[in-house]
Design a protein around this ligand. Structure first.
Ligand code: ZN
Length: 273
């Protein structure tokens, strides 16, 4: 029995990898009724392998692990960033519009708060675990190693395939691209970077820039000159990647697979017109 289940699991796993069916998170219909709270609905929609827990404040990870799913805490931004609850990850909401104004507000960093236990449960608890699931997605000569888990490689490939007709115009963005997977902490912190889970890519650092390189202090970052085209930002958003260029602590080269934030924005009524 166990062997049969295992073999079936392996077979369906292989089939899933081959029949990569990308999701358009801006177009797919939202369920008529959302369960409450909205952020929890967005998580369950974004990651079908995630299940409701037996209690309202838990979720069940794909491996059966019970995850704490507490709501937004309202703590000051530095505390939220250091150890966010699942609900804290949705504060503030990610803007789906071409919005570089909101980021003038200190700590307007939608997507920068990440609950480490949650991402480890989805993508792997150590580098060996994550690396076993990596796949390379290319755009011209740029290569991005990302995880296969939860459709990340599938979604990235779908987004970049759509951009192929514009490859010449996008050449500077993908020249010297920073890449994808890297098991490392975020600069200046002891928190794991999302690159560690294989869910983030960096394009050309010279075009987007990074707040730490400007000499700004945390919480007091000024405007910056973005040269990453909106067409690329919006296509990646469509396939579930948020962009660090919208953050107060901007990271304009950085895109990260967070479909829950895109769906959350839509459920709140922020559909792109
Ligand atoms: Zn990055």
């Amino acid at each position: 029995m166990f062997a049969a289940v295992l073999i079936f699991g392996l077979m369906t796993g292989v089939a899933a990898a081959q029949d990569c069916v990308p999701r358009d998170f801006l177009a797919e219909p939202l369920p008529d009724e959302q369960s409450s709270p909205v952020w929890r609905s967005a998580l369950l929609l974004a990651y079908p392998a995630l299940r409701p827990g037996t209690r309202a404040d838990t979720l069940r990870a794909p491996d059966g692990q019970v995850l704490a799913a507490n709501g937004p805490t309202g703590r000051p931004p530095r505390e939220r960033l250091a150890a966010p609850t699942l609900g804290d990850q949705f504060v503030p909401a990610y803007p789906l519009s071409r919005d570089l104004e909101s980021r003038s507000e200190p700590f307007f960093d939608p997507g920068r708060a990440r609950n480490g236990a949650f991402f480890a449960a989805l993508y792997g608890h150590d580098s060996v675990d994550v690396e076993a699931q990596l796949e390379t997605v290319t755009f011209g000569s740029a290569r991005f190693r990302v995880t296969r888990r939860h459709g990340v490689a599938c979604q990235l490939r779908a987004a970049l395939d759509l951009m192929k007709p514009h490859r010449a115009a996008l050449a500077p963005v993908f020249a010297e691209a920073g890449g994808g997977y890297a098991w490392r902490p975020i600069a200046g912190t002891d928190r794991l970077s999302p690159h560690s889970w294989g869910i983030a890519i960096d394009v050309n650092a010279a075009l987007g820039g990074y707040w730490r390189w400007t000499g700004s202090t945390e919480g007091a970052v000024g405007p910056y000159r973005n040269r990453v085209p909106w067409s690329l930002v919006e296509t990646l958003e469509r396939f579930g990647f948020v962009w660090g260029g919208k953050w107060h602590h901007f990271d304009g080269m950085h895109f990260e697979y967070r479909p829950e934030l895109i769906l959350h924005g839509r459920i709140l009524g922020g559909d792109r017109g």
